[in-house]
Design a binder for this molecule. Structure first.
Ligand code: NAG
Ligand code: NAG
Length: 435
């Protein structure tokens, strides 16, 4: 592994020197790729295609590799793939496949040679945390400066070309379609640029087309005819950067994004006979607003109390609300509450959801000093959202004692007062006896 890395860097370094000396434009670079092919299973009753993956190297500039791989040598006059893929190589996935024009033969200009095989490949560079996807169309060309006699079967159909595990193919990058936003996770009410760009190695006709699809719902959003430089269709609410469309910017602008805008957006740029498409996924992520009530509560033994946790305005629907009970300090493990009741999800006008979760309990002294935690997990947040309720419970007995004491005092006072009144009456009676 380290040796490979070392060799790679060494090669890049060496190529850099060669390049500097020659003043070439294509930087020396090697990409590890997989060559993916679909093969029909012969002999089987059903046409079940199997996917065959083989090791491939994509080489740029004067770089040499000894790897046992299918070598695609990208020739100089090509477009620059890396212009749209500016990340470190190790986070980029590279996949090469054959590209079939499905029998459509549209001549693609080629400097010098007239007769040229119609063999096409695509190479897709994907950055793993979704920073970009670049699809480049490569056409197979003859080995440059080759002394070889032209093969008798000058024209091969792309489906027929057999590629062995260590073959070297010379290719030219002629057309690139790219996006810097293959996945957009967004809050509501934002303005979004769905990035889509293209580059063709010569000036020619092209058509741009945007489509939307989500859960079986499909619609056309935009169609542009490059030959007539005319917008043929544009859906309400959709905008494009029309001043840049001919310069290779086919990006779409959506304003004030709502839940209804979630879905897949397909940007297609058709340069006959090549059809370049990227899918841009738009996902709405709105974090729940979590609140509990009451946030602290003082109870007397035997009291019944309801604790409520509201999670509001979240999207998508999946949410997990849990109640935990923890007594004392951290060393005590929390216990999940089981007697919890949930309201059905309520939908707000903007498409977000609310849910309420609550439970009741009868206070006992064991609940004194307990913290109840409402814990909400949602795709929009890395860590669960937590809200706490502190509970304190006082013993009923002490209160009762106090109550009894009060009653006794009042009783004694009453007795004393009545006694005094009685004594006074007796005294008066005795006084009224003059005779
Ligand atoms: C297209 O133009 C918009 C607005 O200037 C910009 O945000 C976007 O990155 C451009 N995309 C490409 C592919 O040039
Ligand atoms: C959902 O919760 C939010 C606050 O979290 C509140 O403002 C809104 O009224 C609630 N909607 C419904 C339908 O209960």
């Amino acid at each position: 592994m380290y040796l490979e890395m070392f060799l790679l860097y060494f090669c890049i370094f060496a190529a850099g020197i060669v390049q500097a000396q020659n003043g070439r434009r294509i930087p020396g670079r090697k990409l590890d790729c997989v060559f993916v092919e679909q093969k029909q299973n012969e002999g089987a009753d059903m046409f079940v295609p199997t996917t065959i993956k083989r090791k491939a190297n994509l080489l740029f500039g004067d770089i040499i590799t000894n790897e046992e791989a299918i070598i695609f040598k990208v020739q100089e006059s090509s477009l620059d793939i890396f212009q749209y893929a500016d990340e470190k190589l190790d986070t980029v996935g590279c996949e090469i496949s054959r590209y079939s024009t499905h029998g459509i033969h549209v001549p693609w200009p080629h400097q010098g040679k007239e007769t040229i095989e119609d063999v096409w490949f695509t190479v897709t560079l994907k950055h793993s945390p979704s920073r970009f996807t670049v699809t480049s169309f490569m056409r197979k060309i003859e080995e440059p400066d080759s002394q070889k006699v032209e093969k008798s079967e000058a024209k091969t159909d792309d489906e027929d070309l057999v590629i062995a595990d260590t073959d070297t193919l010379f290719v030219q990058v002629v057309y690139i379609v790219h996006t810097r936003t293959p996945l957009i996770r967004t809050k509501l009410k934002q303005d979004l640029v769905l990035d889509c760009g293209y580059k063709i190695d010569h000036s020619t006709d092209f058509n741009i087309d945007w489509r939307y699809q989500h859960k079986g719902n499909k619609k056309k959003l935009f169609a542009y005819n490059g030959r007539h430089q005319r917008v043929e269709y544009i859906e309400k609410g959709v905008e494009l950067f029309m001043d840049q469309i001919k310069q290779g910017n086919a990006s779409l602008l959506l304003r004030n994004i709502g839940v209804k805008d979630e879905g897949s957006y397909l940007c297609s740029v058709y340069v006959p006979p090549l059809f370049g498409t990227h899918t841009i996924e738009v996902e709405i992520m709105e974090s729940p607003i979590v609140s509990v009530y009451p946030d602290s509560v003082s109870l007397i033994e035997g009291d019944e109390q309801k604790l409520v946790c509201d999670a509001g305005r979240y999207y998508p629907l999946d949410v997990e609300v849990k109640w935990l009970r923890q007594k004392g300090e951290r060393h005590m493990l929390p216990v999940y509450m089981t007697n919890v009741i949930f309201s059905p999800h309520k939908q707000n006008m903007d498409g977000t959801y609310n849910v309420t979760s609550f439970f009741r309990f009868t206070a006992s002294l064991r609940d004194n000093g307990v913290t109840y935690t409402c814990r909400v997990e949602h795709a929009s947040v890395d860590k669960p959202i937590k809200r706490y309720i502190q509970v304190s419970v006082e013993a009923q007995s002490r209160t009762l004692q106090f109550f009894l004491l009060t009653v006794v005092i009042i009783f004694i006072c009453a007795v004393v007062i009545m006694l005094l009144i009685y004594l006074k009456k007796v005294a008066e009676k005795n006084k009224k006896k003059p005779y």
